[in-house]
Design a protein around this ligand. Structure first.
Ligand SMILES: CC(C)(COP(=O)(O)OP(=O)(O)OC[C@H]1O[C@@H](n2cnc3c(N)ncnc32)[C@H](O)[C@@H]1OP(=O)(O)O)[C@@H](O)C(=O)NCCC(=O)NCCS
Length: 236
């Protein structure tokens, strides 16, 4: 299944020679959310209150020490940053050790799954500009409706090539593949920080089915990072 876009790009199946470019794009596409998650968490009223309380505690315990106030506040901010980093980094490590360790076997050679690469011509040279990985899924909850789903495992467009329609092309590739497979629903889980992805999927007809705090990381880590998981789906 190959689709041409208007600005010299092509969406084609994954080839083993893409591996290093794909892994670095995959890594970037996940870890880029750490800073936005941190700033979003720290600007939440609860965390602003906590930062002030911890800083005041440092000031008092240090005998009116501004240094201690900054130290305590900084330590709290470091803890929140660690939690945000841990959520995305642990997800990345798990995926690199499992599904992404052998893309050929886990996606390309498995008829039910798929892996596509968006390739773009930059100064006459072809470059990997995006990736899409999908897997056949039983859905999230046990139920009749969950039996026939295609799950978007990962979707990333390289930073310099965003807002050119590549993400849309890749999502449509997933929808077409879902139809080819005779499946009736495309599902995706996105963290609340990934606002661009939420907007993209919404634009392509996906609706939010649930929002929860199950990030797969430790409960306390998830709570401090204030990251939610948004589930979206599109029925075909
Ligand atoms: C989400 C992502 C794939 C979008 O790729 P893209 O090539 O920029 O997407 P498109 O150019 O097709 O944009 C389509 C729509 O998505 C939305 N969108 C894309 N980037 C956006 C941004 N930075 N802010 C808000 N909306 C955005 C817009 O609605 C856009 O339509 P418009 O350009 O007409 O306004 C890309 O931003 C990305 O790789 N993000 C990091 C990885 C990620 O979050 N992946 C999702 C995991 S499932």
């Amino acid at each position: 299944m190959e689709q041409k876009t208007s600005f010299k790009s092509i969406i084609r199946p994954y080839k083993p020679t893409d591996k290093s470019a794909i892994v670095s794009l995959f890594r970037f596409g996940i870890l880029e959310h750490v800073y936005p998650a941190f700033f979003k968490a720290m600007s939440h009223p609860d965390h602003i209150g906590m930062t002030l309380s911890v800083s005041v505690a440092g000031y008092v315990l240090g005998g009116s020490s501004y240094f201690q106030a900054v130290l305590f506040g900084g330590a709290w901010a470091c803890l929140v940053y660690y939690c945000c980093h841990e959520i995305y980094d642990s997800y990345l490590r798990r995926k690199l050790e499992a599904e992404m360790a052998d893309i050929q076997t886990n996606f390309s050679d498995n008829q039910a799954n798929g892996f596509w690469v968006a390739e773009m011509e930059v100064n006459g040279k072809s470059k990997v500009a995006g990736l899409l990985a999908v897997v056949k899924s039983d859905g999230w909850d046990a139920g009749v409706d969950d039996a026939l789903s295609l799950e978007v495992f990962q979707l990333v467009v390289s930073f310099n090539q965003r807002r050119k329609g590549l993400g849309t092309q890749l999502v449509e590739t997933a929808v077409e593949f879902c139809k080819e497979q005779g499946l009736s629903r495309v599902i995706v889980e996105i963290s609340s920080v990934q606002t661009a992805a939420v907007s993209l999927f919404r634009k392509r007809g996906f609706t939010v089915t649930s929002v929860n705090s199950c990030t797969c990381a430790n409960h306390l880590v998830s709570k401090l990072a204030r990251i939610n998981v948004i589930r979206m789906e599109k029925h075909l």
